[in-house]
Design a protein around this ligand. Structure first.
Ligand code: GAL
Length: 669
């Protein structure tokens, strides 16, 4: 486990670089990411390259015993390029092109932009191919940030039609697959199919879904272009990309297939405020200081899944940030605690954003390890401590859980196209179960819905909305072979092309479940819906379904509304395994009860229900106890030894012990 930092040498006088780089090394930093948005300084005039400054910066980094991570600088095409090829710009749904003067103003499908990207990447790759100090590359920066995955330009129209032709072969098949008999939406040929622009009422959901798939695939293809060039220039380089938190429009697993590992950008106090499952716009007051450990944690685990192993945090929050609506300074100790949290979840490198607060441009209000005068800011000492502590830890394999949550971007898009209520948000629903598992200290793998599930004792498939016959067969086989599967609201409702079936949900999974979903409703918070489960009554939120059991056993019934008395939660044994269907969106107590029963039924150890904002995270025989609270907690680690810290873990601090999480007891008296 190591640390890194993002550095922009082009923002500072050369005389300063040596001091900066030396101080990085003194702070225990091992990787320095550079050149992220530097296209214009690398190629100030078309075809005239200047790599000398970057070579010098890389050299300095290497001389101080660190490694450079370079970036393809394509997130910011320079002015001359935009002027030469104005069509490379993204267009919004109403046809407005994005202007130069910010970033991410390009279209992924523009042939001109692909050619120009190829050119600058090839030049850079060739130039640095033999440089011993370059460890690897980050492609572009945060694909899709600022809502830029989905473009509406002419190049995208052409590419979309081609994508559809490849998928459906002929237009009749497309009409049938989408169900275009509705509202007279049939097409006669692919050239008639436009990108979804402004319309009076909502769009056809199947058309939207395919457009969203196409847009995500376009990024995958564009990223592949970067990867191919870099890998053929130097096979020893790693190639990664820095993804974002709770990100909807881009299928991380698809992009990840072409990367050596995934990285992501973690800004806990920003993400806690933006998380859809936050109670108020500003979140709870504590989260403004420490973030929400399960929002941060779930994204660590997602990108561990995308990486299929260890991942990086490419940008870790280094202090206050220009987050909206509020930008509180993190609590004392958080820069160190966040680094450890990342390491516990499987990060091999935690790299801070950025070395020094910028003195100009759009991000002057975004904090850094050093203040804008170049002197250490609040985070630097903490980052140095984390680096020192990482150094002392043994090498560890990334966490590998035997409990999985299935993630399906296509289901997410389909659900969001037809939410039925503004409160229906996919990541928030997943997190209801993630939180429950994590508050019992369970390691959770977030994996692609079509991953081989054989190694998992428990699999949760929250709102796995689109289920093809194939997918259903795989899930059924998992259960019959002894698996413990939990399906939740809106699962297996539709086909892969977003249609309801002849049979009620869960369609092809009905024989395994032994029950059908008869009715469903979305619920405003003031309806205060309730269900029973295992003899107790619980609140739930947002969505309720009632089921008609055939062979299934009823575990919970509705206690409110027209559903009163109807089945809400059922289970069934099938083959060697068990399947549960949860027809409500559980509040935390119900989620905990369901998770506990499920773990016990799979003979999985169940730890104590942890105090709020304390998390136990296992990595390779070690457990991190991370305390995000404002008071201390006491750890009873049984026979375990403390590798770091001690029995009393102060506020915003941590300890590491060498026993599994379920053997640890935490008290906060
Ligand atoms: C990230 C981005 C960085 C920088 C940072 C602070 O999202 O990757 O380039 O913009 O936020 O705004």
């Amino acid at each position: 486990m190591q640390t890194g930092v993002c550095y922009f040498p082009e923002h500072w006088p050369r005389e300063r670089w040596e001091t900066d780089v030396q101080r990085m090394a003194e702070s225990g930093i091992e990787y320095v990411r550079m050149a992220e948005f530097a296209w214009n300084v690398l190629e100030p005039e078309p075809g005239e390259y200047d790599f000398e400054w970057l070579e010098e910066a890389v050299e300095l980094v290497g001389e101080h015993g660190m490694q450079a991570v370079l970036c393809t600088p394509t997130a910011t095409p320079p002015k001359w390029l935009v002027d030469e090829y104005p069509d490379i710009r993204q267009e919004q749904a109403d046809g407005t092109p994005l202007e130069f003067g910010s970033r991410r103003h390009y279209c992924f499908n523009s042939p001109d932009y692909r050619r120009e990207s190829r050119r600058i990447i090839e030049k850079m790759a060739e130039n640095f191919a033999d440089n011993e100090y370059v460890a690897g590359w980050q492609t572009d920066n945060e694909y899709g940030c600022h809502e830029t995955v989905r473009c509406h330009c002419d190049d995208c129209t052409t590419a979309f039609r081609e994508w559809l032709r490849e998928k459906y072969g002929d237009i009749e098949t497309l009409n049938e697959a989408w169900g275009n008999a509705f509202w007279s939406q049939e097409y006669r040929r692919f050239s008639e199919v436009d990108l979804p622009g402004p319309t009076p009422a909502e769009h056809h959901p199947a058309r939207l879904l395919d457009y969203q798939r196409f847009a995500s695939d376009s990024v995958v293809e564009y990223n592949q272009l970067h990867v191919d060039i870099l890998q053929s220039a130097n096979a020893d380089w790693f190639v990664t990309h820095n993804f974002m938190a709770d990100f909807e429009p881009l299928d991380g697993f698809d992009v990840g297939e072409d990367l050596d590992f995934a990285a992501w950008d973690s800004y806990p106090t920003l993400h806690a405020q933006q998380a859809p499952d936050n109670p108020a716009p500003e979140g709870d007051p504590q989260a403004q200081r420490v973030g929400d450990p399960d929002v941060t944690g779930m994204n660590h685990d997602l990108y561990r899944g995308v990486s299929d192993g260890a991942f990086w945090v490419m940008e870790n929050q280094a202090g206050d940030i220009r987050a909206f609506p509020y930008s509180a300074e993190p609590g004392e100790g958080m820069m160190r605690l966040w680094a450890h949290q990342a390491a516990a979840h499987g990060a091999d490198v935690v790299s801070y954003f950025r070395w020094r607060r910028c003195q100009f441009g759009q991000e002057q209000y975004w904090g850094a390890l050093n203040n804008y005068d170049g002197e250490p800011d609040r985070g630097l000492g903490e980052a140095a401590t984390a680096a020192e502590e990482f150094e002392a830890l043994p090498e560890m394999a990334p966490p590998a859980g035997d409990v999985a949550i299935l993630v399906d971007y296509d289901s997410q898009w389909a659900l969001h196209n037809e939410r039925h209520t503004p409160d229906f948000e996919y990541w928030g629903h997943l997190r209801a179960y993630y939180r429950a598992l994590r508050s019992r200290g369970v390691t959770v793998d977030l994996v692609d819905a079509d991953t081989d599930l054989a190694g998992y004792a428990v699999v949760l498939a929250p709102s796995l909305h689109l289920v093809s016959e194939d997918r259903a067969d795989r899930l059924a086989a998992y259960v019959e072979d002894g698996g413990e599967l939990v399906l939740t609201i809106r699962s297996a409702t539709k086909t892969d092309t977003d249609k309801l079936r002849d049979d009620l949900a869960p369609g092809p999974l009905e024989p395994v479940l032994g029950a059908r979903i008869e009715q469903f409703e979305s619920l405003a918070p003031n309806l205060e819906p309730q269900v029973t489960y295992d003899g107790d009554t619980y609140d739930y939120r947002t969505w309720g379904e009632w089921l008609q059991p055939e062979d299934a056993t009823v575990l919970g019934r509705h206690e409110s509304g027209p559903a009163t008395g109807e089945a809400a939660i059922v289970e069934n044994e099938a083959g060697e395994g068990r399947i549960t269907y949860v027809g409500v969106w559980p509040e935390p107590d119900l989620a905990d009860a369901i998770v506990q029963t499920t773990l016990e039924s799979a003979n999985h150890p169940v730890g104590q229900r942890l105090p709020e904002r304390v998390r136990l995270t296992e990595r390779d025989g070690h457990t991190w106890i991370t305390n995000f609270r404002t008071d201390s907690v006491t750890v009873d680690a049984g026979a375990g030894d403390f590798v770091l810290g001690e029995e009393t873990v102060p506020a915003r601090d941590l300890a590491i012990v060498d026993v599994p999480a379920h053997e640890i007891t935490i008290s906060n008296k």
